[in-house]
Ligand binder design. Sequence first.
Ligand SMILES: [Zn+2]
Length: 122
Amino acid sequence: MFETKTIVCTRCEQTGTAKTRTKGNFLIELILWLCFFVPGIIYSIWRISSREKVCRNCGSTEIVPADSPAGKKILARAHIGATAPIEPAKNAATQVAELFKLKEQGAITEDEFKAHKAKLLS
Ligand SMILES: [Zn+2]
């Protein structure tokens, strides 16, 4: 019940742990229990049995375990998306110039600048 398995949402590509969503309303459940005993039981059973794992981010039920083939595919795709430059047209020189600016601002260290520059120009 307290699964902490990593999941991947096929809709928003969010990675993390799933959230358990229980359908129905606790208040209705309580009223049914108090006023009508049998419907209360039925309602409770329905709520428990209809519990589902949903994405923490968008609430989608279209989630897959991160270690499944489908999950791995999404992760790989998301990873490429995250590391690819936002503007593919941007050339290495522009990127080095931007890195230099970052270094000037103190956002990155001299070493980081050199490392990134070497990577860009390789
Ligand atoms: Zn999602």
